[in-house]
Design a protein around this ligand. Structure first.
Ligand SMILES: Cc1cc2nc3c(=O)[nH]c(=O)nc-3n(C[C@H](O)[C@H](O)[C@H](O)COP(=O)(O)OP(=O)(O)OC[C@H]3O[C@@H](n4cnc5c(N)ncnc54)[C@H](O)[C@@H]3O)c2cc1C
Length: 342
């Protein structure tokens, strides 16, 4: 009898977890190993603002309980960093020097917040909001009713902004060209959408540039954002300038990379044993004749499912129809298909 296939998935987020589930449904006997640099299992990241409503334990945000993985025969290796992939030998190199071999590999390593070059020297003064730990740190830095200064304000940032406003915090958005990213908004529509943000209680500063960020210890808010004209004071400064795919460990693996890992509509990379799904990949769009990203929880899950189907012999393509655009809902608030989670 032949050995069961070993599927290895880098990443335990929405893409990786959805893929693992579908791999198990398709092949009852295969081995499935998920590897994550993180310490936690798969959580609903869009629910991270619940820490401001008193959530203290990350388990409250779990998508699946810990026993779920055992029940589905899925091995999850947490706190395990992949540093390189050798497609000839079909092994992952880990930071702790172990090698993990695979028959078929799915890269679902997501992306991190992009910081423009001009702000990188102020990284240590910026608050992140990508993990449960980040969310707890932010709650600790924010006094009741405190002020958050958000730079950029892509759709993930605006999701947080509206939830913070509802929780009683004050929001100042310093809008850049990443405002509403990944939506592409015409100047006319932008004016309307900015008005709607203001009506939602969010202060929006436009047409001004950040010259620097300083820590202050003279009492009052802990950060000063030095602008080209006048300064802003806030308790935390948080950047949201869109995503940068996490794929440094794939450099040298011989697969094609542009900004993301390049895949065809079937999510196959240029290596016959490697697929990619989620925020890490850029998919060829025959309709648009270029590679593009498919952001958003729903799209990412869809990619995880399609990758699993194709890794087990199907030939399904990602639906590359352009997503609906940003809109103003019946309450006069901006809304987006990006904020639909299921
Ligand atoms: C605060 C917040 C709010 C959001 N709000 C929305 C929203 O309103 N709507 C929406 O659609 N989306 C939202 N998102 C984005 C959404 O969460 C992402 O699109 C989605 O999580 C991406 O899933 P993914 O599986 O591609 O990657 P991720 O969930 O980012 O998972 C990446 C995985 O790869 C692992 N990894 C990376 N590098 C390595 C390595 N070298 N070795 C081992 N493991 C590695 C990570 O540990 C992680 O497990 C939000 C995100 C955040 C943080």
């Amino acid at each position: 009898m032949s050995e069961p296939l070993h599927y290895v998935i880098i990443g335990t987020g929405a893409a990786g977890t959805e893929a693992a589930l579908h791999l198990r449904q398709r092949d009852a006997d295969c081995r499935i190993t998920m590897v994550t640099a993180g310490r936690l299992l798969f959580i609903r990241r869009y629910e991270l603002p619940k820490v401001f409503d008193g959530v203290e334990d990350w388990r409250e945000l779990l998508v699946y309980p810990p026993e779920f993985y055992d029940e589905h025969g899925i091995t999850v290796r947490r706190n395990s960093w992949v540093t390189n992939v050798d497609p000839e030998r079909r092994v992952l190199g880990m930071r702790h020097k172990e090698e993990v071999s695979y028959d078929r590999l799915l890269v679902a390593s997501g992306g991190g917040g992009y910081i423009p070059a001009g702000l990188s020297e102020y990284r240590h003064l910026l608050q992140r909001f990508a993990t449960f730990g980040d969310a707890i740190r932010m709650r600790q830095s924010l006094p009741e009713g405190g002020r958050v200064i958000m730079l950029g304000a892509d759709m993930t940032g605006l999701d947080l902004a509206r939830k913070l406003t509802a929780a009683g915090f004050r929001l100042t958005v310093v809008a850049t060209e990443q405002l509403f990213w990944p939506h592409e908004v015409s100047p006319r529509k932008r004016t309307r959408f900015v008005k709607a943000l203001v009506a939602m209680g969010i202060e929006v500063i436009q047409g001004r540039a950040v010259a620097g960020i300083e820590a202050t210890n003279s009492g009052g808010p802990a950060r000063r954002v030095v602008m080209d004209k006048g300064d802003l004071r806030g308790d935390v400064v948080i950047p949201f300038f869109g995503l940068m795919p996490t794929l440094d460990f794939m450099v040298g693996a011989g697969v094609d990379i542009e900004r993301g890992l390049l895949v065809n509509p079937q999510l196959a990379t240029t290596d016959k044993n490697i697929w990619a799904a989620g925020d890490v990949c850029q998919i060829w769009s025959p309709e648009e004749n270029h590679y593009r990203f498919y952001y958003g929880w729903k799209n990412v899950k869809m990619m995880g499912r399609i990758a699993a189907l194709n890794m087990t012999g199907d030939n399904e393509a990602v639906d590359t129809v352009k997503e609906e655009d940003l809109f103003i809902n019946a309450n006069g608030e901006i809304d987006s298909p990006f904020w639909e989670y299921d």
